[in-house]
Design a protein around this ligand. Structure first.
Ligand code: SF4
Length: 208
């Protein structure tokens, strides 16, 4: 565990110093944004940080975080506990800037995802989470076929390489999916699954 802790510290230093996308000509704003350390049993994987995440140096900082933790609060998962004990990262770890249309942030290109992927693989290997929560289509595509609609995925779970995967939709205000009334039942089902797994992993939290 001590060696793994050192490896994680080194990985975090590497990620913060990484400028691979800039060197390859992609317009991103470093540094990498993530949070958490060894001992976490739950990992969230978002798409990429926004500008407020860079300014605050924490994932899911503003509206997307408020919505995410409002969902999780419904099954007794408290934001401060989660942020201080669990691991939060993303498919690409630097802010990709605004989209050309001006509506929301730019979706990281395939090339950026490929450049950043080794960091995510190493985070998963070192943290070894029992539960992974991919948030938004880009992260969900790491675990589920792209051909499936969100309505077929959100509210379900799967096992992948010995881990439980429970996806959530993108929680930012730029996303319309979670605002559609008919989709809310899927979100409630997904949150209930996350609550079940969290209760099994941390029974003491719910026995108080
Ligand atoms: S997005 Fe990932 S690969 Fe690209 S510069 Fe940031 S840390 Fe490096």
């Amino acid at each position: 565990m001590q060696n793994q802790g050192k490896s994680l510290t080194n990985l975090h230093k590497e990620m913060r110093a990484c400028r691979s996308c800039l060197e390859a000509g992609h317009e991103i704003v470093p540094p990498a944004i993530f949070s958490g350390g060894m001992g976490a049993r739950i990992m969230t994987i978002g798409q990429a940080p926004g500008i407020t995440e860079v300014e605050a140096d924490r994932p899911f900082n503003a509206g997307s975080g408020q919505r995410l933790f409002k969902w999780l609060a419904e099954v007794g998962i408290e934001e401060t506990w989660f942020r201080t004990t669990q691991y939060m990262t993303s498919v690409t770890k630097c802010y990709p800037g605004r989209s050309a249309s001006g509506s929301g942030d730019r979706v990281p290109s395939r090339a950026e995802q490929v450049l950043c992927r080794p960091y995510l693989d190493r985070e998963i290997e070192l943290i070894d989470p029992a539960l992974i929560i991919p948030i938004g289509r880009l992260a969900i595509n790491l675990f589920f076929p792209k051909s499936l609609k969100l309505t077929d995925i959100i509210g379900t779970q799967k096992e992948f390489q010995g881990r439980n995967i429970v996806p959530l939709p993108h929680s930012s205000g730029a996303s319309r999916w979670h605002q559609v009334e008919a989709n809310r039942i899927h979100i409630r089902q997904a949150v209930a699954l996350i609550g079940d797994h969290t209760r099994a992993l941390y029974p003491e939290l719910f026995d108080r």
